[in-house]
Design a protein around this ligand. Structure first.
Ligand SMILES: [Zn+2]
Length: 312
């Protein structure tokens, strides 16, 4: 739902590499054994060549430079890999002990640092939950570990996620790499939320408002609405939507005129700028900084603001 900003991606990759290298070296024999097995089960020339190069390396430097290609494989390269038939998470753990151990051992501290570099504080899948770095940090394997063991440690396969999305997504097959929040063509607007006021209904204003989800293709519908069930997690945010509608009703042209005619403000220099700033704070309190990965419900607010501003 919200793309990860890749402005500092170089620094983030360097950080990950520094974290993972000691584990790649310490577990060299076991790791090569696991990778070979994964490569035999399902691989493409790109990945097989990496494993052969790592196996043949005569020193640590050559071994690491081969593995670096695997660790930083692009999403397009990853997408070429056919899924290995798997019996699930537990089988993965027993079949790929070393990969699994390294995956566990590259600690939360390392990912916390990476996410701080990339300024990710909100789950990019739902944009509805903070990522709790201290207690509940989750890294979702975009291509599931059990089906794509070769990609278990690959940087762009590790998506910061809230526990809800990580659990919902689970090991289900995903083919569309554009759904990966690191993807350059990740489309923030593939899913849009719209506040709808149902005038046929009766009751308090809260009862009349509904939040609708629009999607640009069936893939997005399948992923966000059927798999992640975003409608369920957003259904309790009607109060928030109502506050936005209230803000738009209050901070209208009439209000701005009223303020500019008020004796306190009249004849003051820069009054228009002051009023516009005031309205901007009231209407775009969550979005004006332009930090979609840092502010919770940023996407909801932005979608509603755009709808309102289209109509004004
Ligand atoms: Zn989430």
């Amino acid at each position: 739902m919200q793309r990860i900003n890749l402005r500092e991606i170089g620094e983030a990759k360097r950080k990950y590499w520094d974290c993972i290298v000691p584990f790649l070296l310490k577990n060299k024999a076991g790791l090569l054994f696991d990778l070979k097995k994964a490569s035999n089960n399902s691989s493409t020339p790109f990945f097989s060549d990496i494993i052969i190069e790592a196996e043949k390396a005569s020193n640590d430097s050559d071994y690491l430079s081969a593995l670096e290609k695997l660790i930083f494989a692009s999403l397009d390269e990853m997408a070429t890999l056919p899924a290995k038939t798997s019996n699930g998470r537990n089988t993965f753990k027993t079949e790929y002990k070393t990969i699994n151990k390294i995956n566990d051992d590259v600690g939360a501290k390392c990912f916390k640092d990476i996410m701080e570099i990339l300024e990710v504080r909100i789950c990019p899948y739902c944009n509805h939950a903070f990522i709790d770095y201290e207690t509940a940090f989750q890294k979702d394997h975009f291509f599931a570990k059990s089906k794509y063991p070769l990609l278990t440690l690959s940087f762009f396969n590790l998506v910061p996620s809230c526990s809800y999305c990580n659990t919902k997504k689970s090991t289900k097959e995903i083919h569309d790499i554009k759904l990966n929040p690191y993807h350059m063509n990740f489309n923030d607007d593939a899913i849009r939320m719209k506040a709808v006021i149902d005038t046929e209904k009766t009751g308090s204003i809260k009862d009349l408002i509904d939040l609708r989800f629009c999607y640009s293709s069936n893939d997005y519908h399948e992923f966000y609405l059927k798999k992640l069930k975003l409608e369920t997690i957003y259904k309790n945010d009607i109060g928030h939507v109502l506050d936005k509608i209230r803000a738009y009703s209050i901070y209208n042209e009439f209000y701005q005129k009223l303020l500019s005619e008020n004796s306190v403000f009249r004849n003051q220099k820069g009054i228009q700028a002051f009023i516009s700033e005031l309205c901007d704070i009231a209407l775009h309190s969550n979005t004006r900084e332009g930090k979609p990965n840092k502010n919770i419900l940023y996407k909801l607010d932005k979608d509603i603001e755009e709808e309102f501003e289209k109509e004004i």
